[in-house]
Design a protein around this ligand. Sequence first.
Ligand code: Z5A
Length: 212
Amino acid sequence: MSRGRFITFEGTEGVGKSTQLAQAERTLTDLGVDVLVTREPGGTPLAEDIRALLLTPRDEAMNDLTELLLVFAARAQHLYGRILPAIESGRWVLCDRFTDATFAYQGGGRGLSADRIAQLEQLVQGDVRPDHVVLLDAPVDVGMARARHRGALDRFEQERAEFFQRVREAYHARAAAAPERYHRVDASRTLADVTRDVTSLLTSLVAESRST
Ligand code: Z5A
């Protein structure tokens, strides 16, 4: 049994991650790949409870370090309970956000140091990293306009545009530092154009996996 692949979808709010993940699942399934679609924070019942703690607005302000530790607590549960067993059994895991989001939101957005985040990454994940990161990239106002018709805003959505601009810049820096693993897709285009690029990427990754 060959190992599966771990592919994450990243980007600022409303760029189309959920939409592309649903399409990606269909694409891979049509190609005969056994797929698990999941998300962070969350992905297991306990990790989904932590997600609710992270997203629900409350009167008491959440300390940035508390937020960081909750994100990694959820990740430990998800990684060892669900992601790694799936990859080891040959499935391809498509995950809506992973640790790049921590570097982008808690690092770029909140201003926590990348070194501190990297320490937790090492503690929780060891050497596990996504094989590929699909970075859906669009100007912050484009994503916000797409996402903000859903009613009450969660704790992150209540942040200002400047916060999301820092998040986007942190994603750019991560992608520039490891271009072989990051696939930046211009998500400001039509749904058909974005879907075509993501489908083409996944098709080539499957072909590559079968030729090795
Ligand atoms: N967070 C964190 O801080 N640290 C971490 O380590 C992790 C997460 C893992 C929850 O994430 C929050 O957790 C997140 C960061 C934090 N907060 N924020 N912001 P989430 O992924 O659940 O939340 P989100 O980013 O807000 O996701 P979203 O708003 O659901 O956006 P999306 O999945 O990228 O978009 P979508 O639902 O696919 O599309 C939005 C709408 O646009 C929808 O109506 C689509 O039909 C439409 N759409 C999609 N693509 C297109 C195109 N190309 N053209 C036109 N319209 C489109």
